[in-house]
Design a protein. Sequence first.
Length: 590
Amino acid sequence: MQQTLNTGTSLVEVMRHASLISEQDYTDIVAEIKQTGASEAAVLSKHGVPSNLLALATKSVECGTSFIQLEGIIPETDVLEKVSPGFAYRNKIVPIELVGDQLTVAMVDVLDVVLIDEIELITGCQITPTLADETDIDEAIVRLYGRTAESLLSAGIKGPVGATATLERETIDDFGIDEKDLSQDPTVIHAVDQMIIDAVRMGASDIHIEPYPTQLKIRFRVDGVLEDQPQPPAYLQSAITSRIKIMAGMDVAERRRPQDGKISRQIGSVGNRQIDLRVSTVPTVATLHGESVVLRILDRQSIDFGLAELGLTEENLQLFERMIRKPYGIILATGPTGSGKTTSLYACLKEINSPDVKIITLEDPVEYELEGINQIQVNPDIGFTFAQGLRHILRQDPDKVLVGEIRDYETAEMAIHTSLTGHLVFSTLHTNDAPGAIARLIDMNVEPYLVASTVEGIIAQRLARRVCKACCEMYSPEMHELTGLMSNGNGGNLAIPYDLEIPRAVGCKECRGRGYKGRIGIFEVLLMTDEIRSMALKQASTNEIRRLAVQMGMKGLREDGWRKVAAGLTTVDEVIRLTQEDEFDFGEVV
């Protein structure tokens, strides 16, 4: 709706005043509430009111103020000029209407009296606050001011804004710009903070800042896929990098060597969440281009779940629970970087954590702080490696141990020694599938008999994008669409019901046009049996172990992915993108 709405005496009346429901719907909803005793919010949601608008209207009732939808709102030019783009973006406000000296302003927090006083001070007007959705405000600022978070970097800074700028030192000097001063400029500080907030709000796992001769590229990794963001002026690359280094406690002057750091932020505008960022900088090939920066976003809120929420099928969940209840041995999580291995192991620790169990972790770095668990960060620079840490923590009398990653023979040897002395050890390994972990350990020169006697189970995983529930289309697939997913090395195919419907990604406002929102795990779980231990002793190939494991009931990554497709959770394209073709007969899926 495009008008400011007065708060009614109830949530349903607010919705009616906003024309979010028709008069007939209003009558039906009121009658249903009286008849069933259900809450207004539940009945409105049942009648198709979007959750974001329902939350906004609820908040307006609680605050005793009006709310507004900004889509289609076009204030007069003199109204917009009352507030600068930078101030609007930083404070999440949009000036809407000016009548005399009364300025109506859309705000995320209408109870922020300090901000209201500040707006009155800079505009010279009396402020009438009205509530608006934060995403709507962000989109309205871009639409009305023509500014994005990145373009705000140039606001208020003297320099070649709007011109074709390079990172050459001479170009910057020609404009009299000092890079160190730029990194401390309030606009740079606010814009870098806003870039982090934007990434967190979008659910990104990484922020990539990549310098090139004539541009500075910003990309967010959202649900495992990199997405381009609007580009700031290229000449600000050093200022942005320096600002991030300052935030991460890194050496600003060192540009020739890679560096690592960490940033902690509590972001009030995104649910007051505690966010940690792991920062990595590396110099690019051409020194003039500066340093490539990647910020890994570690959202503590994202690990607030247990094993059951990972997305394991009932069969795999039972296998995995059997594995983690073993009194001793080694449990391995495998997969590429960013496939959720650490998150899965954290979920395991949460599952087995209890007052009578002592758990110690060795990590590089500690990504999330877990309550009731002793977490230690290794530091190779001072000789405190995984292997060294394992030697020392055994004197701490642990019951369960997590080793962040088995990277070399020394760490593998100590992990095996730890398991042989009566401890359950969790760790990660970089292999493509579960059977490959056995061959990988033997390639590290671990004796086959030690691998066979200590490894209790292996889980391999990928993270597939969940199809957006708000816009996905269900359709009956043609057989040729499933060829890449369903074929196998024996020439057979999965049997599918004649009436099966699977989802197709479309794209809507809810998922920002991607067609996907969130991710779900695809797994294969290998439980070590006497037969597989014998194969390990014989140093059998990965393919031979895989063939035996499948005969004994292991479901491969692609088959598990297919089951997630059939359940309407993801798409065929996602599963094919993430998994390789399995060389065995799946059998029938019903």
